[in-house]
Design a protein around this ligand. Structure first.
Ligand SMILES: *[C@@H]1O[C@H](CO)[C@@H](O)[C@H](O)[C@H]1NC(C)=O
Length: 202
């Protein structure tokens, strides 16, 4: 709960700070309209151009497991770039005979949260879990602060919405199957969190 409060305070401070800026100055300094978006925009499937799933298996809430993966793609830093990547990942997963993009959510280098299967549909990673995938290849790439913030905001919201248990556990993808995902550079961040569970689940 204290994290939630700290986060809410941070957001308040951010909004207060940004509100004092001259909007015209902000516009002049932005390279595109996208840079004017607030941090951690939630990007619905329709917005990134996602297709409907071929099949949906409903989850029962609240869940106690969150799995962190990476997409093993390039990184992206704008809504346009990330949307294109997320679309390509969904198409790739359809070709692998999955019913939809494999993850419940994805997080871009733009700090936005991309809706995959959402909170209510089972993912292709593991039963009874929510999977979140960072866009990039974190064997080499590094998480930025806005990506980490976005994940924390999402998980706080998950608890508030009753989708996650208050004492949910986080594991990395490679703790559930043999894979390099999510990469050392994500693992090193996630392993320091209080919800992290160091055990293997395979
Ligand atoms: C998962 O990956 C991290 C980072 O490479 C590694 O330190 C950890 O031992 C791996 N865990 C398992 C269970 O393979």
């Amino acid at each position: 709960m204290s994290i939630a409060i700290a986060f809410a305070l941070m957001l308040t401070v951010f909004h207060a700070t940004s509100a004092t800026e001259d909007p015209l100055d902000v516009f002049d300094n932005a390279n595109s309209i996208e840079e004017l978006l607030p941090p951690h925009e939630f990007v619905h499937k329709e917005t990134w151009g996602g297709k409907l799933p071929s099949h949906v298996q409903n989850l029962q809430h609240p869940l106690d497991l969150v799995i962190i993966a990476h997409t093993a793609t390039s990184v992206c830093t704008t809504l346009t770039e990330c949307s294109k990547l997320v679309k390509a990942i969904q198409n790739y997963h359809f070709r692998l005979k999955k019913s939809d993009i494999g993850y419940n959510f994805l997080i871009g280098g733009d700090g936005n949260i991309y809706e995959g299967r959402g909170w209510d549909a089972a993912n292709s990673v593991k039963d009874k879990s929510i999977s979140v995938s960072f866009i990039g290849n974190f064997l080499y790439d590094h998480l930025t602060e806005n990506m980490v913030d976005a994940l924390q905001e999402l998980l706080i919201e998950g608890v508030e919405l009753g989708k996650l248990k208050e004492d949910y556990k986080i594991v990395c993808h490679n703790q559930t199957i043999a894979t390099l995902s999510p990469g050392q550079n994500v693992y090193d961040v996630v392993k320091t969190w209080k919800h992290f569970n160091p055990e293997r689940l395979r």
